[in-house]
Design a protein around this ligand. Sequence first.
Ligand SMILES: [Zn+2]
Length: 343
Amino acid sequence: MVHDIRPFALGLPKAELHLHLEGTLEPEMMLRLARRNGIDLPYQNVDQALAAYEFSDLQSFLDLYYAGCAALVTEDDFYDLTWAYLMRAAQENICHVEPFFDPQTHTERGVRFGTVVTGILRALEDGEERFGITSRLILALLRDRPADSALHTLEHAHRYGRHIAGVGLDSAELGHPPEKFAEVFETARMMGYRVVAHAGEEGPPSYITGALDILGAERIDHGIRCLEDPVLVKRLARDRVPLTVCPLSNVRLRVVRSLAAHPLKQMMDAGLTVTINSDDPAYFGGYLTDNYVAAAEALHLGPHELARLAEASFDASFLDADAKDQHVYAVQQYAKRHGIPLS
Ligand SMILES: [Zn+2]
C-alpha cells in the first residue's frame, strides 16, 4: 500500500517531455555564471532575483527568463546548466528526457549556435553514460520572432544531423498562430525532424488544430484549452495525440486559477493521452516529481493514476517501440511492488 504519495512519485520511473533547459536555470547558477562571464544582471543576489519571480502572465515570465539567459555564454555554461538538470533527474528516477533548447535566445546575443548545442549534447551524452538517462533533444523555435529567423536557425541545426531529434515552437503564444510557421515546419519535416508545438496554453483551441493540421505536430505542448472545443477533444482522443501538461507552470502563469481548478483530471477522464511535465522548473516552483505530487494532492489522484501518467510519458516519447515497452514494463513492476496492479 502507498501511504505517502511523494516517495511513490519520486521512485516511479518517468519520462519528461516538456522541459526547457533554459528554464532550469536556478537563480544561484544564474548569478554564478554571470559573475564567471562578467555579465551585469539586474539582480545582485538570490533574494533580488527571486523577488522578480512573481508573474502575472506568460509575458512577465518571459521577460525574466530572457534576462536570465544573458548569463549563459560559453559551451561550459550550457554543459553546467544541462548537467545540473540531469543530476536532479537521476535523483527523481527520470529515465528519459526530451528537452527543449531555444537557440535564437542565444544567437541573437552573439553566442554561436554550435557553442549552445555542443555544451548541451556533451552533458546529455555524459548523462546517458553516468546515469543511463536517454534523451532526444528538441530545438524550439521562438514564435514571437519572424519566420525567417526560424528558417535560418533550422539551417544551423542541419549540421548536427541526428543529434537533434525534433523541432518545436514556444514563447509568447497569443498573436502568433501556427500559420505563421507553416513553411518553417514543412521544411523541418522534410529535413526529417519530429515535430511538436506549444498550443492551447494561453492561445485558443484553434491554435491546437492549426498545430496539428498546418505544422504537422505529433504532440501538443500544454493543450489544456482543448477542453473548450468538444470536437477537438474527440479528435485528440481518437488519434491518441499526446498532450504534455505542466500543472505548476499553469498556476504560476495564471493560465488556471489554482491547482484544484486544473483541467488535468478532466482531460484524463475525456480519454486524452496526458503526461505531466515541469516546463520551466526553476521558475515555476517545482521539478517533475513536485508536479506529480502537487497534481495528485490537488486533484485527488492516487498512485494508480500516477503510474498511468508515467506509462503515458514513455508511450508519448520519441523512443522506439522496444524501449517504450521496457520502460512501461518497469513502471508496471514498480506499481506491482507497491501493491497496485495496472493491467
Ligand atoms: Zn513550455
